[in-house]
Design a protein around this ligand. Structure first.
Ligand code: AHR
Length: 514
């Protein structure tokens, strides 16, 4: 780290050259891209999301019904389908969350009028089951994502799970495959990812790790193969820093596990009783939110170290299938509804950078959640829909899907002082199959832009193209009548073998370097 912040008064630059940031106090930072030491492939499954029967996530957010005046395809919102399709999301996790352990799949098949209405005991209200197995699979196909099904362990049985898997994936003339055909789906669906329960240490059954490890093995023994592919079996993993959970699960069940989940939510205050506002915050809360989100890296490192003891070949993936911000909900807008600001864009970018940087172990992730719940990609209000700042980060970061990780040495001053000092620049990089280098960069400093130079080890850059997401204030947001946070072009320059760019304060940028 450069010890002292270098203060430079930049005057507007004449074109061509880096995008000018007039009269802004800046600091210098540099990156060295280790193109000579390529890392693991960044699994595109890191770029997944999650849709739970919670608040207005499914009903209104995805499902409006065939008779709705809101344009739809077989009851599924067209605007939401088009927006999510563009993100090339890898996986879509469903039906929960806590809801998964109270969901019985047979409630969600057959004629809609005959489906039972059930209390949603996790999140309130009545579950109509209008959006069930066929509707979810239809939606996943329409947005181009792979289904990731969380099966009910807490209040279900291995038999119920087996029958669900057979119903979805069998191409035979078994009774369950026949029932699926009778319900309108001839071909089996391609389902590869199965979560065996959810948060078994909490809403999924209040189990000890020892007890859950045995339960997991019992369920896993009955995950049979009906289609062409084996299922990838994902065990309930720890929350945050519950290292004992990982230790016990890996010790008792590693050879039966293909993926181990990790859940971590970013709360500005760190206090579940008073989490903080989504939109009204000052610099200390901006900083503490980013500080808390950066903790993800330490959790991944420590859980990975434990996994390495039992799985040195790294066969078992770490699956971060719930991550994102969690603020105090806005009353009257549905359970866990929150607005999303530029701060959330930085949170998303930092987490995705961390996952990229640990691509050798983190091979799947799902943001929480897709629509109208927590750190959403989209928000809807009746017929209106808005793309959140987090949506734009997912769109900009598509360049990393299945690309090769390029390690970086980052030199930048700290943002802030003392125990909560943060790195001012957070970054990850990859090389695409076409050979293009992509840098995803975050400037955490809310008031200072960065004069950033990038050197490539053993390579000479020729051109740079960039896009940047920023706004005039840290709590800028996209509302239904006005969007303040949208990506813009970021100009850089290549001079004397170095890429130079001015990274605005409080921004996320992606550069393509050839
Ligand atoms: O994403 C909201 C909830 O958070 C999920 O249902 C649960 O798994 C977690 O505690």
């Amino acid at each position: 780290m450069i010890a002292a912040m270098v203060v430079v008064i930049r005057s507007a630059l004449a074109e061509p050259g880096p995008t000018p940031v007039a009269n802004t106090v800046s600091f210098n930072a540099s990156l060295r891209a280790r193109t000579d030491r390529p890392g693991a492939t960044i699994d595109r499954n890191i770029y997944g999301t999650f849709a739970e029967h919670l608040g207005r996530g499914i009903y209104e957010g995805i499902w409006v019904g065939e008779n709705s005046p809101i344009p739809n395809t077989r009851g599924l919102r067209n605007d939401v389908i088009a927006a999510l399709r563009k993100l090339e999301l890898s996986v879509l996790r469903w039906p929960g969350g806590c809801f998964a352990d109270e969901y019985h799949w047979r409630d969600g098949i057959g004629p809609s009028s005959k489906r039972p209405r059930r209390a949603n005991t996790s999140w309130g209200g009545v579950e109509t089951n209008a959006f069930g197995v066929h509707e979810f699979m239809d939606f996943a196909e329409l947005i181009g994502a792979q289904p990731y099904i969380s099966v009910n362990v807490g209040s279900g049985t291995p038999r119920e799970m087996m029958e669900w898997l057979e119903y979805m994936t069998s191409g035979t003339d078994s009774a369950l495959a026949g029932l699926r055909r009778d319900n309108g789906r001839k071909q089996p669906w391609n389902v590869k990812y199965i979560g065996i329960g959810n948060e078994a240490w909490g809403c999924g059954g209040n189990m000890t790790p020892e007890y859950y490890a045995d339960e997991y093995k019992r369920y896993a023994a009955f995950v049979k193969k009906y289609g062409a592919d084996d299922f990838m079996k994902i065990a309930v993993g720890p929350s945050d820093e519950d290292y004992n959970w990982t230790e016990v699960l890996m010790k008792k069940a590693a050879k039966h596990i293909d993926g181990l989940s990790l859940h971590y939510y970013t709360l500005p205050t760190g206090n579940w009783k008073s989490k903080g506002s989504a939109t009204q915050f000052s610099e200390p809360e901006w900083r503490s939110t980013l500080f808390r989100t950066l903790r993800m890296e330490g959790f991944i490192q420590k859980h990975s170290q434990i996994m390495d003891k039992y799985d040195p070949e790294r066969r078992v993936a770490l699956v971060v299938d719930e991550w994102g911000t969690w603020y105090d909900s806005e009353p009257g807008k549905g359970a866990l509804y929150q607005q999303s600001t530029l701060r959330d864009a930085l949170v998303a970018a930092i987490n995705l950078n961390i996952f990229n940087r640990h691509a050798e172990r983190v091979r799947m992730a799902a943001s929480a959640q897709a629509i109208n719940v927590l750190q959403s990609l989209l928000l809807t209000d009746k017929s209106k829909m808005v793309l959140t700042p987090t949506y734009h980060v997912f769109e900009m970061y598509r360049v990393h899907h299945d690309a090769t990780l390029i390690p970086l040495d980052v030199q930048a001053p700290d943002y802030g002082k003392g125990p909560e000092a943060l790195p001012s620049i957070h970054a990850s990089a990859s090389r695409s199959r076409e050979g293009i280098l992509h840098f995803s960069l975050v400037n955490l400093d809310p008031t200072h832009s960065a004069n950033l130079s990038i050197a490539l080890e053993g390579q000479t850059p020729k051109t740079v193209l960039g896009r940047v997401l920023t706004a005039s204030s840290v709590n800028a947001l996209n509302d239904f009548d006005h969007a303040s946070v949208e990506p813009k072009t970021l100009r850089g320059e290549v001079a004397a073998g170095t890429v130079r760019v001015v990274l605005p304060a409080k921004s996320v940028a992606v550069l393509a370097v050839e």
